[in-house]
Design a protein around this ligand. Structure first.
Ligand code: BTN
Length: 251
């Protein structure tokens, strides 16, 4: 199936009826030297990957599952951590507009609506390339949700549940942010990315429990997103900066 490419960055959109994981496919393409701007979309995935070694499960054609291959040459790798957040900001803006819903970002890059998870983003680095994979729940019914804390656009009352326009809008917004960020050498301040992320972030101001990858738990108030894109948590012992982890909004 052919899909119109929304100009500029995206040079090829491959649509697959079924695959294991579009992220795995894009990682393979990156290793094989595919240029920046490849997008792989799947109608269904049999081995979808999530963050923190989890699976991403969705019934066929119930959502949007796609991966983008980028090669941010010229941007210091230390700033690449902003890329999944950038994809979150672009997706949020695009989906909010079409859905006529206020979609937020739970740190670091879960798409959230009505305090439930609507979608997620998985970034995987391959040398000088990065693959950004997005999973968005579109038409899932309540009995199809992978976990009770999830939701879908249909369940949230979205004005749009057509996958092609959603995908095109997301790609367009992500390309715009990527262009801005890259032109600013990856600077989250000069590109306006940090400000846009903070505006969309629904974790700020909440009480959180963060399970760090090493297993330690940090509990406190989420007060800021620092220039590295890390979550600043005010705890009884002082401030902690969290770079990765599983966040639960306690209240
Ligand atoms: C998460 O919230 O844990 C991230 C989920 C990312 C899922 C998407 S679906 C398209 C792409 N291919 C994958 O295997 N994973 C990502």
């Amino acid at each position: 199936r052919a899909l119109a490419v929304p100009g500029g960055l995206w040079r090829e959109i491959r649509v697959l009826p079924e695959t294991g994981s579009t992220n795995a496919d894009a990682v393979r393409a990156a290793r094989d030297g595919a240029p920046e701007g490849l997008v792989i979309v799947a109608e269904s995935q049999t081995a979808g990957r999530g963050r923190l070694d989890r699976a991403w499960v969705a019934p066929p054609r119930s959502g949007l599952t796609f991966s983008m291959l980028l090669r941010p040459a010229g941007v210091p790798v230390a700033r690449w951590g902003w890329l999944p957040l950038l994809a979150g900001v672009g997706s949020c803006a695009a989906v909010s507009r079409l859905a006529e819903l206020e979609i937020g970002l739970k740190w670091p890059n879960d798409l959230f609506v009505h305090d439930r998870k609507l979608g997620g983003i998985l970034a995987e680095r391959v040398d000088d390339a990065i693959v950004l994979g997005i999973g968005l729940n579109v038409t899932l019914r309540i009995d199809e949700l992978p976990v009770p804390t999830a939701t879908s656009l249909a369940l949230a009352g979205s004005a749009c549940t057509d996958r092609d326009p959603l995908l095109r809008a997301m790609l367009r917004e992500i390309a715009e942010w990527y262009g801005r960020w890259r032109a600013a050498g990856g600077d989250p301040e000069a590109s306006g990315l940090r400000a846009a992320y903070r505006d969309r972030c629904v974790t700020l101001g909440r009480r959180v429990r963060v399970e760090l990858p090493a297993g330690r738990v940090v509990e406190g108030d989420a007060v800021d997103i620092d220039p590295a894109g890390h979550l600043v948590v005010r705890t009884a012992a002082g401030e902690e900066r969290v770079g990765a982890g599983d966040v639960v909004h306690v209240r």
